[in-house]
Design a protein around this ligand. Structure first.
Ligand code: PLP
Length: 421
């Protein structure tokens, strides 16, 4: 459920008509709903009720300061994957003890940053990384709390680019080698082992892969405890999928996911961390765009929008489907026709949908891409020197620009000219 609904024939974000925002900020723009963000975060928090837990929002899904502040205000921790994200979390008021540092290639500079600023734990992904972290911690006179990310070799049954839990993926250490790695960790002077981490991929639409992974983590917890490691925290990653089409998809709900965690891991008495990103932000955001032209092609019409692949790359990158709906509600029973929905960028890859059935649309009309809140704005670029599009946050009847569209001068003046030119 989200808060983007037709009211009086016009699509609203909560209580604000989208045409009003378009008027104020111009198109295209991203628009997020506070109520949806809040609802999704709470679903996870409530799903783990009764267990010692922390929901660490994976901020790479959508990392605007206003979104982070909204979630931090609800008690969220943050999962970060770079020094930049770590600084974003601090800037949004999240204390270091609620920030988890994930990622396969943390640099020594990033480690230093987090050790100095405060960190809940590092999720370590390799032995070389673990040794480097120990050295950095020792040089600062501190001890780094870690989990080791294990790769459980399960098939997440998701798109190849976002599957991370098979042995051929670059993530984590093979679970078969875990005991040796933990033995080495225990001997390193700058490291304190506190738990185990696992994250098997994104946009998972079944619980079964989670079950397989979490059972392996449960077994490993007991083995490691038997060898004297104080395993007291389990970080279970993110990855729960969202429905990208209204019609037939029904991914598992956070409550079912929470029940699975309780069932597979509840008996261990560990503190539980989860790192949802997409499910918190995905359906809490839309992308609103204007039809520039309707171009008649051979056998198909092209709907040319003012949004493009640089603004929303998921269709080009992951063959992702986004529902596209007109901002003005179509009359009931209106006949739909197939359109190829494209942007203005000079690549055939700049295609959002082919043969998409839509009601008739004309120049100047607005459309909304649903489910664009996660991996949307954060993956945008200025390709074709197109300005990054504004982000707007709605809260009831209020809305605010939370990232403004840069001017052409601002974009150009970021370049500097060498003195020989
Ligand atoms: C991307 C990522 C997440 C979030 O995944 P979602 O599918 O957005 O929930 C969580 N943890 C790690 C380590 C990640 O890389």
């Amino acid at each position: 459920m989200d808060h983007f609904l037709y009211r009086d024939g016009v699509l609203h974000a909560e209580d604000v008509p989208l045409a009003e925002i378009a008027e104020a900020v111009g198109t295209p723009f991203y628009c997020y709903s506070t109520a949806t963000l809040t609802r999704h975060f709470r679903l996870f928090d409530e799903a783990l009720e009764g267990m010692d837990h922390l929901v660490c929002y994976a901020m790479k899904a959508a990392s605007n300061q206003a979104i982070l502040r909204t979630l931090a205000g609800l008690g969220a921790g943050m999962d970060v994957v770079s020094g930049g994200e770590y600084m974003r979390a601090l800037a949004a008021g999240v204390p270091g003890e609620r920030i988890v540092f994930s990622g396969v290639g943390k640099t020594r500079d990033e480690m230093r940053l987090a050790l100095e600023g405060g960190i809940r734990q590092f999720n370590v992904e390799s032995e070389p990384e673990m040794r480097a972290l120990s050295e950095v911690a020792v040089s600062l006179g501190v001890v780094a709390p870690i989990t080791v990310r294990v790769n459980p070799d399960v098939d997440a049954k998701t798109h190849a680019k976002i599957a991370t839990g098979k042995s051929e993926n670059k993530f984590g250490i093979p679970i078969s080698r875990a005991r040796a790695v933990y033995a080495e960790a225990a001997a390193l002077p700058g490291i304190e082992v506190i738990g185990i981490d696992v994250h098997i991929g994104s946009q998972l639409t079944e619980l079964e892969p989670f079950r397989q992974a979490y059972q392996k983590v449960a077994d490993l917890t007991e083995e490691l405890r038997a060898e004297g490691h104080d395993i007291r925290r389990l970080d279970l990653g993110g990855g729960l999928g969202i429905p990208y089409t209204r019609s037939n998809e029904a991914p598992p709900l956070p409550t079912d996911y929470g029940a699975l965690i309780r069932e597979t891991l509840g008996h261990l008495g560990c503190e539980i961390e989860i790192e949802p990103g997409r499910l918190v932000a995905g359906n809490a955001g839309i992308l609103v765009s204007e039809v520039i032209y309707v171009k008649e092609g051979e056998g198909r019409d092209f709907l040319i929008l003012d949004a493009a692949m640089n603004d929303l790359i998921r269709p080009a990158m992951y063959d992702a489907h986004h529902d596209i709906i007109p901002v003005v509600e179509p009359a009931p029973g209106v006949e739909q026709t197939p359109y190829d929905v494209v942007g203005p960028v000079c690549e055939s890859g700049d295609t959002f949908a082919r043969g998409r059935m839509l009601p008739p649309l004309a120049e100047g009309e607005l459309v909304a891409f649903r489910s664009a809140g996660a991996y949307g704005a954060v993956m945008s670029s200025e390709y074709n020197t197109r300005p990054l599009i504004p982000e707007v946050l709605v809260n009831g009847r209020e809305f605010a620009v939370i990232r403004a569209r840069p001017t052409f001068d601002e974009m150009i003046n970021r370049d500097t000219i060498p003195e020989w030119l």
